[in-house]
Write a protein that binds this ligand. Structure first.
Ligand SMILES: Cc1cc2nc3c(=O)[nH]c(=O)nc-3n(C[C@H](O)[C@H](O)[C@H](O)COP(=O)(O)O)c2cc1C
Ligand code: SF4
Ligand code: SF4
Length: 273
């Protein structure tokens, strides 16, 4: 059996979980190829799914769903009935529409989804002052990933013939979710900026930007393309990029989520079978 793990991870949490899950499968004697589709150029290359008996897709939750560029890319795939599994990393708030809507896309693209999971991951808005899952994923998340990997492998091999069961229905319509996505620069974050800072012009922010929004030469960001993933801010070797102070929205966000900082950071991942 040969598996593929395909992941999108601007600030690295999903990549960390993908690495752990890959190691788990390999420890169980299964060959795994990993594909990072964060950069636009990597998504454009395409992936031949022919050699794989199972595909694992790992994405961050962005505005309650898989990021829009990921959803669009998934719609270019043909599953040919292959078994697939999903996992998300999330920053402590609403996750369930992501499982539901991404399963729906994969099913429409002719994949058979056998399992899903969610794991905590430091929220990129912590770069501006939030305090959501600052040290996640951690060992307890990696342990849960082991259980997820074993259960998923059992489904890929057919030892467990089950498929992913019913998921919580989204309380939001597709139009409402599109509306949340469109709000991203209006409430909490502003565009990343390099104003007043020197940089070595390594071009990494432009080369790895998932949407082609960053112009490294000028340090300007195209607001029509930027998805606020904050990969450029997190990964700049000179720490030359920053976002606005997000601390004023932190208490508001906790209130909106009807939670406290302590309760939020106590959350554990979940596996869906
Ligand atoms: C634009 C944006 C929107 C986000 N929306 C949500 C959300 O709706 N719910 C949530 O729990 N976390 C949300 N997060 C947090 C990320 O899902 C989480 O921190 C994830 O681990 C980041 O993955 P990465 O490090 O692989 O990029 C959002 C993050 C960003 C940047
Ligand atoms: S990643 Fe940082 S150092 Fe490299 S070009 Fe972008 S802003 Fe400059
Ligand atoms: S410019 Fe926007 S989309 Fe590109 S890496 Fe930075 S935050 Fe992400």
């Amino acid at each position: 059996m040969k598996l593929a793990i395909i992941f999108f991870s601007p600030t690295g949490n999903t990549a960390k979980m993908a690495r752990e899950i890959k190691i788990n499968f390999e420890t169980m004697g299964v060959g795994v190829d990993g594909y990072d589709i964060t950069a636009r150029s990597d998504r454009e290359k395409g992936i031949d799914l022919g050699p794989y008996q199972g595909i694992v897709f790992g994405f961050p939750v962005h505005s309650l769903r898989a990021p829009k560029v990921v959803r669009e890319w998934l719609r270019t795939l043909e599953g040919h009935g292959k078994k697939a599994s999903l996992f998300f990393t999330y920053g402590g708030f609403t996750v369930h529409p992501a499982h539901h809507s991404t399963r729906q896309i994969l099913t429409e693209q002719n994949f058979t989804v056998v399992s899903s999971a969610e794991f905590p991951g430091a929220h990129p808005f912590n770069l501006g002052g939030w305090r959501a899952f600052t040290d996640r994923p951690n060992e307890s998340d990696f342990n849960r990933a082991q259980t997820y990997s074993q259960a998923t492998l059992n489904r890929f091999t057919g030892q467990d013939p089950g498929m992913l069961g019913d998921l919580e229905q989204s309380i939001y319509s597709g139009e409402q979710l599109d509306g949340f996505e469109a709000l991203r620069f209006k409430i909490i974050t502003q565009l990343p900026t390099r104003a007043g800072r020197e940089c070595r012009l390594c071009m990494a922010c432009e080369d790895t930007c998932p949407t082609g929004a960053m112009d490294a030469a000028t340090g300007r960001v195209d607001s029509r393309k930027c998805i606020a993933c904050l990969g450029c801010v997190a990964n700049c070797p000179d720490q030359a990029l920053s976002i606005n102070d997000t601390t004023p929205s932190w208490a508001f966000k906790l209130d909106l989520g009807k939670t406290t900082e302590q309760d939020l950071n106590r959350q554990q991942g979940k596996i869906y079978l």
